[in-house]
Design a protein. Structure first.
Length: 194
């Protein structure tokens, strides 16, 4: 699928957590995490041309967030609000009217999904969005949780496979299976087709 030919009214592009800390050199680096930027920039350009809204979630943790290893959580300290690590990747060409979606802001628990207590499903419904095109980081954590929640909310969810990378390869493969089982549509790049 080519972004220019698929995006239409009633769609939204949902970019998940393309932040410095999830890219090589960051606090929670994902292998080739920065490789999603070029692919997503193509989708952003197509979204702008089609008048399709762009949402960009960001992991936006308070200091001492419970997900941090320093607090007994599973992850190294990452994406602390206002730090360089929490900034969007500098090459991600977000339009000025892209809508940021903050997640992971709660003091008491983590929020992997961009839909988890953010009100995003109400926002999308209000804007008449029926299909979302999802890419970003990490495939097996926040992208998966976001895509599953989109599908559960009755939104037609498309995963842009080449615009995502997993924390672990096994986790990524399992995430693809879980998403497919939940009705998420996996979009492979043209080069991946036979
Ligand atoms: C994420 C681990 C911890 C993600 C966020 O965005 O996938 N992963 N926090
Ligand atoms: Zn996090």
């Amino acid at each position: 699928m080519e972004p220019e030919t698929v995006l239409r009214e009633g769609d939204a592009l949902l970019i998940v957590d393309v932040q410095n800390d999830f890219c090589p050199g960051g606090a929670l680096p994902i292998e080739e995490g920065d490789a999603v930027v070029t692919v997503l920039n193509g989708w952003i350009a197509a979204a702008r041309a089609a008048g399709v809204p762009v949402y960009a979630s960001r992991d936006w943790h308070p200091p001492n967030h419970p997900s941090f290893a320093t607090e007994g959580g599973p992850w190294p300290v990452h994406c602390v609000q206002g730090t360089e690590g929490a900034a969007f990747h500098p090459d991600l060409a977000l339009p000025a009217d892209a809508v940021p979606v903050a997640k992971g802001t709660r003091f008491d628990k983590d929020q992997y999904s961009a839909f988890d207590e953010t009100g995003l499903s109400a926002e999308l419904a209000r804007r008449g969005v029926r299909r979302v095109w999802i890419g970003g980081l990490a495939l097996d954590i926040c992208v998966k949780a976001t895509a599953l929640d989109a599908a559960a909310a009755g939104i037609e969810a498309h995963l842009i496979a080449d615009a995502s990378r997993p924390v672990t390869a096994e986790g990524g493969a399992e995430a693809l299976r879980e998403m497919a089982a939940a009705g998420v549509i996996l979009e492979e790049p043209p080069s991946a087709r036979g």
